[in-house]
Structure formats: structure tokens, C-alpha cells
Design a protein around this ligand. Structure first.
Ligand SMILES: [Zn+2]
Length: 66
């Protein structure tokens, strides 16, 4: 599934990045979750997840095209 929209509540902007994260309490089998992030909310979403220890990495959506 491709996420092209920003995951920030109330934001419908085009996502430029994928924020990859994992909640160790839920995703015990190594699965990860991804959120879309527009330029404006990229840092917000990374900070949000980092504070909870869930943040893994950022990926460029363009780089995932084939
Ligand atoms: Zn946004």
C-alpha cells in the first residue's frame, strides 16, 4: 500500500517522506508501520515518535518508485 497523503490529523497535503516506526509493545514480530509526511509535518511526526521511542527512519517516497 502506498501512502501519498500526510498522516498528520487534519492535513491532506501530499506526503514527500515515509516515516517508518515501530511500537515494541505491539509490533513484537519485527513488523513496522509507516506514516506519510508532508514537508511541513515531517519534523512533527518524527519528534512525536522519537519522544515515544518508536521512530526508526525516514524514507523518500520518490526513492520507492520503480
Ligand atoms: Zn502534513
Amino acid at each position: 500500500m502506498t501512502q501519498n497523503k500526510c498522516s498528520r490529523a487534519g492535513c491532506g497535503h501530499q506526503a514527500l517522506k515515509l516515516v517508518v516506526w515501530r511500537n515494541p509493545k505491539i509490533h513484537t514480530d519485527g513488523r513496522t508501520k509507516t506514516w506519510g509526511a508532508c514537508e511541513e509535518h515531517e519534523s512533527f511526526l518524527v519528534d512525536y515518535l522519537s519522544q515515544r521511542g518508536f521512530f526508526l527512519r525516514l524514507e523518500s517516497i520518490e526513492a520507492k518508485r520503480d
